[in-house]
Unconditional design. Sequence first.
Length: 94
Amino acid sequence: MSLETVRAEISIVDAKIIHLIAKRQELAKKIAAIKIRDGIAIHDKKRTEEVLETVFNQAVESRIDPVSVQKIFEILIAMSEERQKECSGDGNLP
């Protein structure tokens, strides 16, 4: 297998990751609508802790660096909360 072949596979994985992040952002918009309807705060400390614990454990099981995975998910959670703020009128949609 050549370097170019493996890099092409990585590019495919990267595109899938971007697609999944976009999907996560779309779901965040749906969450915003529910939170607005039900008068729930955007930041949910308990849910954040649950997600970070879950991804940590999944990373351990997958034998990848769990601390780095948690950092990635901290960014994803921040992106989701920002999207929710935009949808609730606390920010501007891009």
